[in-house]
Design a protein around this ligand. Structure first.
Ligand code: KIV
Ligand code: ZN
Length: 501
């Protein structure tokens, strides 16, 4: 069996998705989860882009033992120096250098001719090689690059020491047949290609990122770059979970290749990334969407009850999808809760378990049946990696069809209780205005969403907000059976995120 190297770029290309800003603690948490998932390479960031990114790459490089830790760099010495500084403490460091090679990028963006691009590509790889043995090179916009020039660049960077050559479909322009043929042509026309791994990196502008990546694998690519939930620049990148599950499910087509991913961790990592980036996963999203394993029509339900494989091509448990099984109730104790959390892959220390037990008991008083998704949601909400600078102590609202909504909110701040009252367009708006009065931070709410975590009138509501304040845009979530409380929690999480940057 040949192993397909899974190169995860959630923390780099994924984080480039507008509004997906993650703080260093959140990035580290995701990196650990990716490590447990079994990814081979983690692209931890673009170190030259900010001091924060450099520090975060360094922290991930120091902490992770298994995967290769990679830093991105343009073909510029300062970028390569920063990437090298970022990954130098990794057990297995990699520098990923990129430079555009398509006519359109060379002419309008870089204003350089082919020979100069070729020289820069070779020089930058040689320079990076001095500080790191594992070098990846990406001819950016490869799928719109003239094939003749692409072959020349790939051959030259391999001669200069590149050990992986990545062929990015930067603007999501190609289709499976064209891309598969391109990978095959590279294998046939680049004389030294056997000295490097061919990698693919597909964007989803036409919704073809996973299909293109898989076509490349069938034509000899042995590294796939992807992100959890497919997040990334514009329409995103190829999704890790879809790529991996396609290879696993269609062993007949992908004969002879496999990945090292522990697929039972997929759902949990997807939830974590969704929670920390604030990007809600669409219910119909393949593999990790809430409906991915739900059968609604009677004919389907009947078929599945008779024989699962009639309508299920994958087992939900193979991706760690626990569905909506009733797990615990009012009379369940700390021990049962702790066992169930462990089964869900949620490792908590004693102090965290105490917090979750309190939240769980409060929830069990309001809600008869507690589902796995409820538990995941309260853990997500409570064990946040955001410093709780402002905490919710109490709130009271007054709202109705014939009165102006008003709210009084009390927050805990540095062991003090601070309260304010405000009117608003609705109860949520009144609460947010009261919070703004207390914190003195004027937030601009750019997005607000609410969804039920599970079914039923007593379902836990999860609110996601996108907040702009102090020149930053962040996303955050909060949950409660009371949607006003969930809204306040989400807003406070976003504010705390902004305050702790
Ligand atoms: O899409 C792209 O071309 C990239 C490169 C940096 C590999 O993200
Ligand atoms: Zn990209």
């Amino acid at each position: 069996m040949e192993k397909i190297i899974i190169f995860d770029t959630t923390l780099r290309d994924g984080e480039q998705a507008p509004g997906a800003s993650l703080n260093p603690a959140e990035k580290l948490e995701i990196a650990h989860a990716l490590c447990d998932l079994g990814v081979d390479v983690i692209e931890a960031g673009f170190p030259v882009s900010s001091q924060g990114d450099l520090e975060s790459v360094k922290q991930i490089a120091r902490c992770l033992k298994g995967p290769v830790v990679c830093g991105l760099a343009r073909a510029i010495k300062a970028d390569i120096d920063a990437a090298s500084e970022g990954v130098k403490y990794a057990k297995r460091p990699r520098i990923h250098v990129f430079l555009a090679t398509s006519k359109i990028h060379m002419q309008y963006k870089l204003k350089k001719a082919e020979d100069e691009i070729l020289r820069l590509a070779v020089e930058s790889v040689s320079y990076a090689k001095r500080s790191c043995p594992d070098i990846e090179f990406s001819p950016e916009d490869a799928t719109r690059t003239e094939a003749r020039f692409l072959f020349r660049v790939v051959e030259s960077v391999i001669d200069a020491g590149a050990t992986t050559v990545n062929i990015p479909d930067t603007v999501g322009y190609t289709d499976p047949q064209e891309y598969g043929s391109l990978i095959r042509a590279i294998r046939e026309n680049v004389p030294n290609i056997d000295k490097a791994v061919i990698s693919v990196h597909c964007h989803n502008d036409l919704g073809l990122a996973v299909a293109n990546s898989l076509a490349a694998v069938r034509n000899g690519a042995r590294q796939v770059e992807c992100t959890i939930n497919g997040i990334g620049e514009r329409a995103g990148n190829a999704s890790l979970e879809e790529t991996v599950m396609a290879i696993k499910t269609r062993k007949d087509i992908f004969a002879g290749v496999t990945t090292g991913i522990d697929t039972r961790q997929i759902y949990k990592v997807s939830r974590l990334v969704s929670k920390l980036t604030g990007f809600v996963v669409a219910p119909n999203k393949a593999i990790v969407g809430g409906n991915a394993f739900r059968h609604e029509s009677g004919i389907h339900q009947d078929g599945v009850l008779k024989e699962r494989s009639t309508y299920e091509i994958m087992k939900p448990e193979d991706v760690g999808f626990t569905g909506t099984g009733i797990v615990l109730g009012k009379h369940s104790g700390r021990h049962a809760l702790s066992e169930r959390l462990k089964e869900l892959g949620l490792k908590l220390n004693d102090a965290e378990l105490d917090k979750i037990t309190v939240r769980f008991k409060a929830l069990a008083d309001k809600k008869k049946t507690i589902f796995d998704d409820d538990l995941i949601s309260i853990v997500d909400d409570e064990i946040r990696l955001i410093k709780p600078i402002f905490g919710l102590e109490a709130f009271e609202i007054n709202s109705g069809t014939k009165i102006t909504p008003s709210a009084t909110v009390t927050l805990k701040y540095k062991n003090k209780s601070l309260a304010a009252t405000s009117n608003g367009d609705g109860p949520v708006d009144a609460c947010y205005k009261a919070i703004d009065k207390i914190t003195g931070v004027k937030g601009e709410l750019q997005d607000y969403r609410i969804e039920a975590v599970t079914k039923g009138k007593d379902a836990l509501g999860e609110v996601g907000v996108k907040l702009k304040a102090k020149g930053r845009v962040v996303t955050a979530r909060g949950s409660s059976t009371d949607i006003i409380e969930a809204s306040i929690r989400a807003y406070l999480n976003a504010l705390n995120k902004i305050e702790s940057f």
